[in-house]
Design a protein around this ligand. Sequence first.
Ligand SMILES: Cc1cc2nc3c(=O)[nH]c(=O)nc-3n(C[C@H](O)[C@H](O)[C@H](O)COP(=O)(O)OP(=O)(O)OC[C@H]3O[C@@H](n4cnc5c(N)ncnc54)[C@H](O)[C@@H]3O)c2cc1C
Length: 401
Amino acid sequence: MCSAYYLQKEGHAITIIERGNITDGCSFGNMGYMSPSHFIPLASPGIIAEGIKYMLNSSSPFYIKPRLDMDLIQWAYHFWKSSNAKTVEKNAPHLNNILQLSRHLMNDMRHEIGDYFDMQAIGCLMMCKQTKTLHHEFHMADDAEKFGLKVERLNAAQVQQLEPDVELNVAGAVLFKDDCHFDPGKLMNTLKDHLIKSGITFQLDTTVTGFEKKDQKITAAITDKGKFDADEFIVATGSWLPVVAKMMGIKLLLQAGKGYSYTYPFVEKNIKYPAILVDGRCAITPWGNKLRIGGTMEISGINNKVLIKRMQGIYDSAKEFYPGLKIGFPPADKIWNGLRPVTPDGLPYIGRVTDYSNVIFAGGHAMLGISEGTGTGKLVSEIISEKKTTIDINAFRTNRF
Ligand SMILES: Cc1cc2nc3c(=O)[nH]c(=O)nc-3n(C[C@H](O)[C@H](O)[C@H](O)COP(=O)(O)OP(=O)(O)OC[C@H]3O[C@@H](n4cnc5c(N)ncnc54)[C@H](O)[C@@H]3O)c2cc1C
């Protein structure tokens, strides 16, 4: 939808083909952070050791289910190869570029489509329970400042001052002031309404099943509701990017990373700031009296199976960090889950594919699809309009593995 938003400004006629009806999915139940603070990719030093440590723990926040699946094995190999300081140092500036571009563009988009999605630009706390974790976060804050981000290093008493209504149990936090948060489901609805008003066609409840090809071009998308011709095709199918790529004969390394969340409709004494609970590897977001807790990264294939124990891990962390928060364990049938599209190196795939002259991939944003949405849309419109892209996108090329 972000690509459509920028393309219609350039005068293109657009049809969005979507299997569902844009009322649920990964872009709805996430934590709603727009996080320039997240310039370190998931594949980073220590993550492999952490994954192995957590492997046998069913309430752990990070898990790769071992399977004899060639795609997973290749993905895991490149994930392992990317998890080192040198690659992170190389990739972090690119992640920073698209995150800062997106954050900047969000201010304009909000102004144009109307803020009906409870956006608050008050920053996000990286909350730490252990002193060791806090020191690591302070070190990260130094790196963030090098990228021009505004940060505040806070001790326990200073964090408590920010949350006067709820008792905390933390060593301290870093407040990343450039981050903002909003209700992602409301943003999706607002953007959809805006696009409909702008004349974009939504072809909903329609599944793409294949493509017609001629020479080096895709000429039509074949769906269960008929054929759709177009000059250009943008594939933005999240965790199903490799499935649709395969229909074109293209192999793409990407795994679905399942996450869970639960939204409390009314918390009387609520927190004010969204926060990543760093040692707990989960997150918490307030919108007025509403509160969402969420997290986990479970690489277990494309499925929507809910493992209650993982939600237990998230809930327990929230209670440990905020003992004063009066929230009960979520009802099992109300636990939401979504599939993050995770690339091996933590950078998205944005750009033309090499096999066809009229196909662009836009996806693989992992934990940052909300944070990188506007930037991605803008870049896609620049590629199609044959303009110089605002930032260098070579690192996001689709054939890099
Ligand atoms: C618990 C959790 C918390 C998160 N928190 C944050 C956060 O705070 N900030 C942030 O930036 N990101 C966050 N994320 C990540 C973010 O939600 C994702 O990166 C983002 O939603 C991915 O968006 P997408 O449009 O690429 O994919 P999706 O939202 O999955 O959309 C892909 C669409 O393609 C459709 N589709 C697939 N195949 C076909 C087909 N063959 N034909 C037609 N349609 C098809 C699907 O139906 C789907 O609607 C979080 C994720 C989780 C799980």
